[in-house]
Design a protein around this ligand. Structure first.
Ligand code: NAD
Length: 326
């Protein structure tokens, strides 16, 4: 077990998943150091914790930091949760260089600092996008070949490979979590946020990127947090250097079904849906995986299961984002 008095690091801790994780860890009694450059994250997500002195916030850009400088920050920490990344799949296709620096170079700098500081465990939030257009659904962790269809997915896969080799060469443990779509409070990007923004602007018409039949798996943030706990506990006890887990739901929903939930929760009627396919086969944009369902038998075999279905997770997230009582 990790000792409660020890520091843990959360990179990207001012972002959506990061701020929820920081809150969760703080509630459990950990001393958390947050590293974030606030590019897509917001200090307001964690300001109360900073003001109460419960966390230490360091504004740093991981793509420019010197590993030796980062080593000082990591030096008293056994666990580093590396979440900082540019999560915008669409941006990665039009601006690949940004994703290389923000996802691959930043991860390399984190790995170097882990090596120099003697960190015990690195937890990495990878993505279902490493599977690309998988021919097998639900897709298991050992699916191959891994052919991502976006630079974002390729950058996650490159990072996974660096992490695995570092963990083997330098003797720390690596936990790689391939996440489905995560939804919940503090979310700032993704389909739900897009729909709510558009419907607040115009409650009569909703532009839906893609043909609406894209079908994917969604997981509530609270389920992700319990998955992180279970898998971290597992790897700490395991003799393996690294483990890869899919973290997602048993089911999936279409984009059209998500639109229906958002419209319902906003109390709207007769909204006209306008579908805008970004590709000939009805994806939202180039690089958008149209069908995603992860095989979660590996993680369920070690004692975790999701509490909420995809549809319920989405409904809860919409309510939270609308400021309704959940
Ligand atoms: P987010 O944008 O809300 O959080 C990312 C955080 O990283 C932000 O606070 C941002 O300011 C910070 N950051 C970005 N580049 C940085 C840099 N160079 N230096 C320091 N900080 C930097 O995104 P999120 O949805 O919370 O995603 C968190 C992680 O989970 C990311 O690695 C993302 O790729 C991964 N992930 C998310 C989902 C999802 O559905 N949200 C799914 C799969 C994987």
């Amino acid at each position: 077990m990790i000792c409660l008095s020890e520091d843990v690091i959360v990179t990207g801790g001012a972002g959506f998943i990061g701020s929820n994780l920081v809150r969760y860890l703080t509630n459990k009694g950990f001393r958390v150091k947050v590293i974030d450059n606030l590019s897509s994250g917001n200090i307001n997500n964690i300001k109360d914790l900073v003001n109460k002195g419960l966390i230490n916030f360091l504004k740093m850009d991981l793509k420019f930091i010197k590993p030796n400088e980062l080593k000082q920050v990591f030096s008293n920490s056994r666990v580093v949760y590396h979440l900082a990344a540019n999560p915008e799949v669409r941006v990665s296709v039009v601006n690949p260089q940004v994703h290389f620096y923000e996802n691959v170079v930043a991860t390399f700098n984190v790995l170097e600092a882990c090596r120099l500081a003697g960190v015990d465990v690195l937890v990495f939030t990878s993505s279902s996008t490493v599977y690309g257009d998988a021919k097998k659904l639900p897709t298991p962790e050992d699916y191959h070949p891994l052919v991502p269809i976006s630079i974002y997915g390729a950058a996650k896969l490159a990072s996974e490979n660096l992490i695995i080799t570092y963990s083997k060469l330098y003797g720390f443990k690596a936990l790689i979590l391939r996440l489905a779509n995560i939804v919940g409070p503090y979310q700032t990007h993704g389909v739900i946020v897009d729909f709510i923004r558009k419907l607040k602007r115009n409650p009569k018409v909703l532009e839906i990127l893609g043909d609406g039949t894209q079908r994917k798996s969604y997981l509530h943030i609270s389920d992700l947090l319990s998955a992180i706990d279970v898998t971290l506990d597992y790897i700490l006890k395991s003799s393996m250097n690294f483990e890869i887990f899919n973290v997602g739901n048993n089911d999936w929903v279409t984009v059209k079904e998500i639109a229906d939930i958002v419209v319902d929760e906003m109390g709207l009627n007769n909204v006209k849906y306008v579908f805008r396919p970004g590709t000939k086969d009805g994806r939202g944009w180039v690089g958008d995986v149209k069908f995603m369902l992860l095989d979660i038998s590996k993680i369920t075999s070690i004692g975790w299961k999701p509490k909420y279905s995809s549809a319920t997770a989405i409904r809860l997230a919409v309510r939270a984002l609308l400021g309704k009582k959940v």
